[in-house]
Ligand binder design. Structure first.
Ligand code: 5RP
Length: 234
């Protein structure tokens, strides 16, 4: 059985190992979530040992973590390029024989818009995860960031596409989740997603959608922490 401690250790291993890819002079995209946080911490320790890098955070959360770790920060518009991005995932399509092999669902932390921007700008995008994230076919609800005025209209369009949309944390006392960009998140369940690329294109076309959490064809490698090491898939 997977224990919470085991998962934490797997995340730590994956994040720490991925940080080994960072080289002197790199501009690094800093992902969001508990696994990416281990990579941020490891990059911070390498900086203490003399490594010179600049980081581009993908969220308020990763910005704060990076500042705590002592990573000098920059922005996408201030650099010529991003050498490497290290980011987590909520689900990873793991069947090499399926259409969507390597596709991801991200946005559990409502940061997928900036994550997709930074991860896709990188020369190399490395995903860090524990084994619980691997599925033969993606099936989690897809986070869809929408401008606030659009959430009911987008929900209708998502139903037209066969999804079951839910405004994230709609019932919360202090209101639904608001992203770093001031928008809302609609989580939309589609059941098993056999053709992620097709669905990704359809979601991107909906007016009012800022970005969705289906990442297709973006990851270059996946580092999965295991009980005693890290499984690296290129
Ligand atoms: C945030 C994300 C995260 O990368 C994802 O939720 C994974 O988080 P964790 O490493 O804590 O399991 O997409 O928007």
């Amino acid at each position: 059985m997977k224990t919470a401690g085991g998962t934490t250790e797997a995340k730590r291993r994956a994040g720490k190992r991925a940080a080994h890819e960072v080289e002197d002079g790199f501009v690094v995209g800093l992902g969001t979530g508990s696994t990416a946080a281990y990579a941020i911490d490891a990059i911070g320790r390498a900086i203490d040992d003399g490594l010179e890098v600049q980081g581009i955070p993908t969220s308020f959360q990763s910005r704060r973590r990076a500042l705590e770790a002592g990573i000098p920060l920059t922005t996408l518009d201030a650099v010529d390029g991003v050498d490497l991005a290290i980011d987590g995932a909520d689900q990873i399509a793991d069947d090499p024989d399926s259409n969507g092999y390597g596709a991801l669902i991200k946005g559990g932390g409502a940061a997928h818009t900036r994550e997709k921007l930074v991860d896709s700008a990188a020369d190399r995008f490395v995903v860090v995860a524990d084994p619980s994230k691997l599925e033969s076919v993606l099936e989690r609800a897809i986070p869809v960031e929408v401008i606030p005025d659009a959430h009911t209209v987008v929900a209708e369009r998502l139903r037209d596409l066969g999804g079951e949309p839910t405004l994230r944390d709609a019932e919360r006392k202090d209101g639904p989740v608001v992203t770093d960009n001031g928008n809302l998140v609609v989580d939309c369940a589609f059941g098993p997603i056999e053709e992620p690329e097709t669905l990704a294109t359809r979601l991107s076309r909906l007016p009012g959608v800022v970005e969705h959490g289906l990442f297709v064809g973006l990851a270059d490698a996946t580092y999965v922490g295991t009980a005693d090491g890290v499984d690296v898939r290129e």
